[in-house]
Write a protein that binds this ligand. Structure first.
Ligand code: TSB
Ligand code: ZN
Length: 639
């Protein structure tokens, strides 16, 4: 029989008889962990035979594609179990997702927890039976007949969209599911199984269509991997800023106020104010000048800037009054541009750095709102730097250094830099001056390389006005969002006819850098809550110390202590409730107050406080002045 040559990723080559199943090649090369093969770049079942020479790579669970196949087969396994337990069930679609898989199923009622437990148990049985998973191709009309007999109306609808003469199915035991594949060789590969939740899901995501039940699950080759995953889920729940925001009384939403419009409660407002003071002071030191601008503007302003053309989907509709058409501002740039334009500028004045904690309003679809991470009214730590072209690199680098400084102070460690470039193919969105784009993008790369920053390039991520560098973070629920951003812009200064008088005595357009370090106060604080799991460092904590009188007769002394601490610039409160001291301590710990100062007879007589730390641990009695000094140092060091 003819032989064919197989090339492996490590460069090795081997010869096999034509038609050798990939599974045999995997076994022959010691790849018992293989789940699926990549043959000349295409994913193929291990059961498939290799007919021609090819580059072959075997994928296991560690490979993202391998994992997708694993979870895809797990979805089939779940459907098989459901069909055995509920023969009348109608199956819709069941894809793998980033963290597991789901299947949309209709059994005429929601699945309850007992149902899930039962399905999970049946999946384990079926997996233990280690049934072979086979690919079968049948003519389309036969497939239609099959699904008609089974009464699978959703599968029939799916078939309507498949034009092919033959349709592929995957079969394990008697269970057949229409699918492109590829799949695992057998159900026995699926070891650790957990069904996580159910939710309603409209067929085809259309609210006019029937509501199906979506079951989410996850599986792993090793039980320890499942344990680690479930632990991580718990951890995410523990850190979720929406829960912590409620428990720690930081912020709230009210139906009466409106979706995505947060109310900052005193404790959240305190954190925010500390952060605002911090960044404004830092910016002032670095030569930024702060301004205030209105929340409304004539829509004309945004027509000139181009936001009306490119950003309108995110803007609230105009309000007509006194022959003006007013819009809520979605960005601060045009206002800052008008401030620049208010005066004449010489090259000696540049760079001019105009900063504002600028309030913005953006329409975000209700499904995308996510606590403080994504809101509709927000305040941005915004600034626009107007500079000469030869100052771009220095200014850009300065902004990146500021980001690094702030992230150190805030102890933000898990993030990634994305360099967002324009996509020349999307002509409607981006301005057409390709030379300008090329120049801007080259400059940014240059700065990043000079700073030795590792970054990922994202084609098509740029703003309509220019390329940008975004700092990407992950929220507790796993979404990736931008935090800080630095954006280069040659366009808006031209659209507004901005100028400065150069050394040559002629007028030139300045270049603009848009930048936000803290991001919006909303998103940054959402991120910080999750980052610290609610336990703010002392300098940011809304309540730095809580004074706990042991009995009512100590309330007066506790009051004096709080006055002293506040005079020293610390945030302190007294718990004068009628509770036992152990209860007061537990309460303060639940609110994650960094210091608890217990005061009783001894402390009142000696002018001391007995200090306990949030993390546990008794520092014992301390003179009040010594405590103040200690906290002041911690605040100064942002410890
Ligand atoms: C930096 N004109 C620029 C500015 O000068 C600008 O507005 N850029 S932006 O559109 O990218 O927004 C800046 C930052 O605001 C984003 O990086 C993101 O961190 C934050 N942000 C954007 N939309 C929302 C939202 N809906 N909720 C919370 N924060 C948001
Ligand atoms: Zn801007």
């Amino acid at each position: 029989m003819a032989e064919i040559e197989v090339r492996f990723p490590d460069g090795k080559r081997r010869r096999y008889p034509q038609g050798t199943p990939l599974a045999r090649i995997a076994a022959d090369t010691g790849r018992a962990d293989a789940l699926v093969a990549r043959v000349d770049g295409r994913l193929v079942d291990l059961a498939a035979a290799l007919d021609a020479e090819a580059a072959v790579e075997f994928l296991n669970f560690e490979d993202p594609d391998g994992r997708m196949v694993y979870w895809h087969s797990s979805a089939h396994l779940m459907a098989q179990a459901v069909k055995q337990l509920f023969p009348q069930a109608q199956l819709a679609i069941g894809p793998p997702i980033e963290d597991g898989f789901y299947y949309d199923i209709d059994i005429g009622r929601p699945f309850g927890p007992e149902d899930l437990a039962q399905i999970e148990e049946r999946m384990r049985d079926l997996a233990r039976q280690d049934q072979t998973i086979e690919r079968v191709e049948i003519p389309r009309d036969e497939a239609i007949r099959l699904y008609q007999e089974m009464g699978e109306r959703f599968k029939l609808e799916l078939l309507e969209d498949i034009p092919d003469a033959r349709v592929s199915f995957y079969r394990q035991d008697g269970f057949l599911d229409m699918c492109r594949g590829p799949h695992l060789p057998s159900t026995g590969r699926i070891k650790a199984i957990k069904l996580l939740s159910t939710s309603g899901a409209y067929w085809r995501g259309d609210e006019h269509q029937p509501m199906l039940q979506r079951i989410y699950g996850v599986t792993f080759p090793e039980p320890a991997q499942l344990d680690a995953y479930l632990h991580q889920l718990e951890e995410a729940k523990r850190r979720d800023h929406r829960r912590l925001g409620r428990e720690l009384e930081l912020f709230a939403f009210a139906e009466e106020v409106g979706q995505g419009l947060p109310l900052w409660l005193p404790r959240g407002a305190s954190v925010r104010m500390t952060l605002e003071r911090y960044i404004v002071d830092l910016e002032t030191q670095l030569g930024y000048r702060h301004v205030y601008t209105p929340d409304l503007a004539d829509v004309e302003l945004y027509k000139i800037s181009g936001h009306w053309e490119h950003f309108r989907e995110n803007m609230y509709p105009p309000m007509e009054i006194d022959h003006e058409e007013l819009v809520l501002k979605p960005m601060n740039c045009p206002h800052h541009i008008m401030i620049y334009k208010h005066q004449q500028h010489s090259y000696r004045d540049l760079p001019i750095r105009i900063a504002e904690l600028g309030r913005m309003y953006r329409y975000e679809r209700s499904g995308t709102l996510a606590g403080l991470h994504r809101v509709r009214s927000m305040t941005l730590n915004d600034a626009h730097i107007f500079c000469r072209p030869e100052q771009i690199e220095e200014e850009f680098a300065g902004v990146i250094r500021l980001i690094q400084r702030v992230y150190r102070d805030l102890r933000i460690e898990a993030y990634r830099y994305d360099l967002a470039l324009h996509d020349p193919a999307s002509k409607e969105y981006y301005h057409h001056d390709e030379d300008l784009w090329a120049m801007a993008e080259r400059l940014l790369r240059q700065v990043l390389d000079d700073l030795g920053l590792a970054y990922t390039s994202v084609l098509g991520g740029a703003n309509f006005y220019g390329p940008k560098l975004d700092v990407q973070i992950r929220t507790a629920t796993g979404a990736v969002e931008s935090l800080s951003t630095v954006q280069l812009d040659f366009l808006l200064p031209r659209r507004f006819g901005l100028e400065y008088i150069g050394e040559d005595g002629k007028a030139h357009p300045p270049v603009m850098i848009h930048r936000a370090i803290i991001s919006t106060m909303e998103r940054m604080i959402a991120f910080l809550i999750e980052n610290y799991a609610g336990a703010f460092p002392v300098w940011l904590a809304p309540e730095q110390a809580r004074i706990l009188p042991i009995a009512d007769r100590h309330n007066a002394y506790a009051g004096q202590v709080s006055v002293r601490l506040r005079e020293a610039g610390l945030r302190a409160e007294v718990d004068a409730s009628n509770e036992r001291i152990s209860y007061k301590i537990r309460n303060a710990q639940m609110m994650k107050v960094p210091y608890m100062l217990v005061v009783g007879d001894r402390e009142a007589e000696s002018g001391q406080v007995a200090v306990r730390r949030r993390e546990g641990g008794d520092l014992g009695p301390m003179a009040l002045d010594a405590f103040v000094e200690r906290v002041r140092q911690e605040v100064a060091a942002k410890a």
